[in-house]
Ligand binder design. Structure first.
Ligand SMILES: Cc1cc2nc3c(=O)[nH]c(=O)nc-3n(C[C@H](O)[C@H](O)[C@H](O)COP(=O)(O)OP(=O)(O)OC[C@H]3O[C@@H](n4cnc5c(N)ncnc54)[C@H](O)[C@@H]3O)c2cc1C
Length: 316
């Protein structure tokens, strides 16, 4: 029998975040019926994008406006959708939103949860995720009626698989949206000064000790603006106070999988690699041809990053 898979769609200002499409491709590889769960946008407006990647059912989960940001209510709404549509696996992104929502769902229905997956075989219920800062890959066999899976953003190349989709309303009448012990008091608008989320972007330009000081990090942000990229940093740069911890990539920082990672003045330590080795293309700019990053990248420029980056920005 064809399996029903639910996919929690993340949106930004009513538009689908690109990272969803790789997740849909991963779910679709299991030849199921794909349900998209839309909570934060007009489901109809997303129809074209969703059906082009193989979604056949779009579930409009409209929450009461005063409950929209209540994590317990959101988890409960997804659980209602799981029951209504006989869902056997729920896919969500391992983003800030997913890290908040997916464990709540799993806990409430006592379902197994694996975060940061990059391979899922629902025939055998086998899931792959990385462990010990990417040193090993764990293949985990899951048992349970419903599996909850957090997918590593950008880890899967999206492949179009056009279908035509039907929009379904998740009937709210009689549905019990409980929020035990959790009340949202206030929500604020997005912080415009907040750096772009490293985990979700396509391009990252990162700096290390070779950037020499914090002011030179503005060279990276100017270039990032042209590339629509986010700025990352090595631990040395963060510990030196040149960049905030939220920008740190590595074993003790963010784990990222962008399409392109531009490493500027960083040597490519094992601990830094632990955070970016799943990048699809690595470009290094370093003065030392023997730096580890130079033999672990797709392209390199042997040059002074402080000279090259402004030139690159100008060209762009
Ligand atoms: C438990 C543990 C956890 C850690 N976690 C992390 C982590 O999450 N992330 C992380 O990054 N590190 C982490 N580290 C630190 C890690 O071991 C390295 O010390 C660190 O990554 C090195 O940072 P770097 O590449 O910026 O500096 P360096 O290793 O000093 O490299 C600087 C590079 O810049 C080049 N350079 C110098 N000047 C220029 C120039 N003008 N133009 C171009 N290139 C230039 C040099 O040739 C050199 O290759 C961790 C360490 C430990 C022990």
């Amino acid at each position: 029998m064809m399996k029903n898979i639910g996919i929690i769609i993340e949106t930004d200002n009513g538009k689908i975040k690109e990272t969803n499409f790789g997740m849909i491709t991963l779910a679709g590889a299991n030849k199921p019926q794909l349900f998209a769960f839309v909570m934060d946008a007009d489901a109809r407006a997303l129809k074209e994008d969703l059906e082009s990647f193989g979604i056949t059912k779009i579930v409009d989960i409209s929450l009461p406006p005063d409950q929209q940001n209540n994590p317990m209510v959101r988890a409960q709404a997804i659980i209602n959708a799981i029951k209504e549509f006989n869902i056997c696996a729920v896919f969500g992104l391992s983003t800030a939103m997913g890290k908040d929502l997916l464990p709540r769902i799993a806990a409430l229905i006592e379902a197994p949860l694996i975060m940061d997956c990059f391979h899922v075989d629902l025939e055998q219920n086998l899931v792959k995720t990385s462990q010990y800062s990417g040193k090993t890959i764990a293949t985990i066999k899951l048992t349970g009626d419903v599996l909850i899976l957090g997918v590593r953003p950008n880890a899967i190349e999206p492949i179009k698989a056009p279908e035509s989709a039907q929009i379904l309303e998740l009937k709210q009448d009689g549905i019990h949206l409980v929020s035990k012990g959790f009340r949202v008091i206030r929500t604020g608008g997005a912080d415009k000064s907040k750096p772009i989320d490293l985990v979700e972007v396509d391009v990252i330009i990162a700096g290390g000790r070779g950037m020499k000081n914090g002011e030179n990090f503005t060279l990276l942000s100017e270039c990032a603006e042209k590339l629509k990229a986010a700025v990352g940093a090595s631990r040395v740069a963060v510990d030196s106070g040149w960049a905030p911890y939220s920008m740190q990539v590595g074993q003790t920082g963010e784990k990222v999988s962008p399409r392109v990672y531009i490493a500027c003045g960083l040597s490519g330590s094992i601990q830094h690699f632990a955070g970016m080795k799943t990048a699809r293309m690595v470009i290094a700019i370093n003065t030392d041809e023997n730096a580890a990053i130079m033999s672990n990248c797709d392209y390199y420029v042997k040059a002074d990053a402080l000279e090259i980056i402004p030139k690159l920005t100008k060209l762009l």
